[in-house]
Design a protein around this ligand. Structure first.
Ligand code: GLY
Ligand code: MN
Length: 486
């Protein structure tokens, strides 16, 4: 009896402790609201053709090593329309109200991961049906395993709108409702033909078109998060500028950026951080970041914090020793002027192609003037990419427009990259400059969201000269590095 009473007491204490632990959990308070996601579904419904259904699937999970998975990243479309962040899930949005066999009337259904205490002990809490109802505001939420029995009659729809299926949704034979099962069941129930382009009822193109039209225009709630992501990325650039010195390594610089992102609550990065010194900056998506001493060359840092799903994309190119050399300054100034020329074009209704041409012309003129190219047509040798792209839930965010519209958020990122052994004077070799800023398009112009990190030569040099909390930060030499085994 005594023992039992003690046990009961222990259980109550344990429950009390876990309840209070949960209550004490201090979590961010600025996630997108369930009204935001409901509003996006409603906006989608307005664009959908009559008698259609729209299906979104989660992204697959990925193996890192053996039984270890990569940190999961939700399909941005799933997140946008539901707020659900877990894998193995499926969302259906109907244009018109549907009647279930039980008389229920619904316009959307979400199928989520089933709650499972054992799995949750290893890989984290699941929202489950109740969570999807309570936290995400879905009236109709079911476990993934119920999808095959949901008796949705797809044959009656004129349009079944879905994205291309992920190619690598590996099937876990112990889970009968993983993404691969959901896809197979959907194909079977909706009778998806092998070649969907031959049947106009099935539409992938429309999926991209509709999601592009919605996602390219940012709502005020999205802007709150994008502004934070961009400012945080700028703060990272600034702290690196203050701390940088030629003895640092590319990885160390990457770590510093990402530490600052996390210090401000950004969960991750929107793409692999690109930190390249000298010739490494010429590799456009360089992510090895393995050079141990950046030296006195230019350091190109293309880094974007991801804050509650929304990513920034900000590039600064700086001299690690604090002063641009004459050659570095000349190339930097051309890129800066190219960016300024593109900025002048930006406003509601402007064409991407006009902004691109404005920047490309400045770079072509500059390279011709310096004798680095002999013909304007060669400009692509040293400026081999486009002017920019939309940002949002993807770093290269979805869009369906060739023109710029109010409330779009884009990057403007001209660059010049001169690898060693290029066909020009040696003094230009290994200079790589990209300047990338994030801009909100307004009625008459734009707002520079990444205004928090300096872009001008003199402002960058001033920032590098500032003191850093890291100036006195040293770590002891590794004992294990003293002896070499081979
Ligand atoms: N930040 C990398 C890119 O825009 O491609
Ligand atoms: Mn970019």
């Amino acid at each position: 009896m005594k023992k039992n009473r003690y046990r009961l007491f222990a259980i109550i204490c344990f429950l009390g402790a876990s309840v209070s632990l949960q209550a004490q959990d201090s979590l961010p308070t600025d996630y997108l609201s369930k009204d935001f996601h409901a509003g996006r579904r409603e906006a989608l419904r307005k664009l959908m053709p009559d008698n259609s259904v729209f299906i979104v699937m989660a992204y697959p999970t990925r193996t890192f090593s053996n039984d270890v998975e990569y940190l999961y990243h939700q399909n941005p479309d799933m997140y946008y329309f539901s707020g659900y962040k877990e894998p193995h899930s499926l969302l259906l949005i109907f244009k018109e109200e549907q009647k279930g066999i039980d008389g229920a009337v619904y316009r959307e259904i979400i199928f989520v991961q089933k709650k499972n205490a054992l799995a949750e002990q290893w890989t984290g809490r699941r929202l489950g049906i109740e969570g999807a109802k309570e936290k995400l505001g879905f009236k109709y939420a079911y476990n993934g395993e119920d999808f095959k029995n949901a008796q949705i009659d797809f044959s009656k729809f004129d349009k079944i709108i879905f994205d291309r299926f992920p190619e690598n949704a590996g099937n876990n034979s112990r889970d009968k409702a993983d993404l691969s099962d959901l896809i197979e069941q959907f194909k079977l129930i909706a009778k998806i033909p092998g070649e969907i382009s031959k049947d106009s009822r099935f539409d992938n193109r429309l999926f991209r078109e509709l999601t592009g039209r919605l996602r390219e225009i940012k709502t005020p709630e999205e802007m709150d998060l994008i502004r934070k992501a961009v400012e945080i990325s700028c703060r990272g650039q600034n702290e690196v500028m203050k701390a940088v010195h030629p003895g640092m390594g590319e990885l160390e610089i990457q770590g510093l950026h990402e530490f600052i992102h996390k210090k401000y609550g950004a969960e991750g990065v929107g793409y692999g951080s690109i930190v390249g010194a000298g010739a490494n900056g010429c590799v456009l998506h360089y992510m090895e970041n393995s050079k141990t001493k950046i030296g006195t060359e230019l350091l190109l840092m293309d880094v974007g914090a991801e804050y509650h799903g929304y990513t920034a994309d900000v590039t600064r190119t700086i001299p690690a020793n604090g002063k641009f050399s004459e050659e570095q300054k000349i190339i930097y100034s051309i890129v800066y002027e190219a960016q300024e020329a593109a900025f002048k074009v930006l406003k509601d209704g402007a064409k991407w192609s006009d902004a691109s041409k404005a920047a490309r012309d400045v770079i072509a003129d500059g390279l011709l003037r310096l004798g680095i190219i002999k013909d304007r047509a060669e400009v692509g040798t040293y400026y081999p990419h486009g002017l920019g792209h939309h940002i949002g839930l993807d770093v290269h965010d979805r869009s369906s427009s060739q023109t710029l519209k109010k409330d779009m958020v884009i990057t403007i990122e001209p660059g010049i990259y001169i690898p060693p052994n290029s066909n020009c004077d040696k003094k230009w070799w290994s200079i790589a400059v990209r300047i990338e800023d994030d801009a909100l398009i307004t009625q008459d112009g734009y707002e520079l969201l990444s205004v928090f990190a300096p872009r001008k030569v003199e402002d960058i040099e001033k920032m590098i000269a500032e003191k850093s909390a890291l100036d006195k930060f040293t770590v002891p030499k590794l004992k294990s590095a003293e002896k070499k085994a081979f």
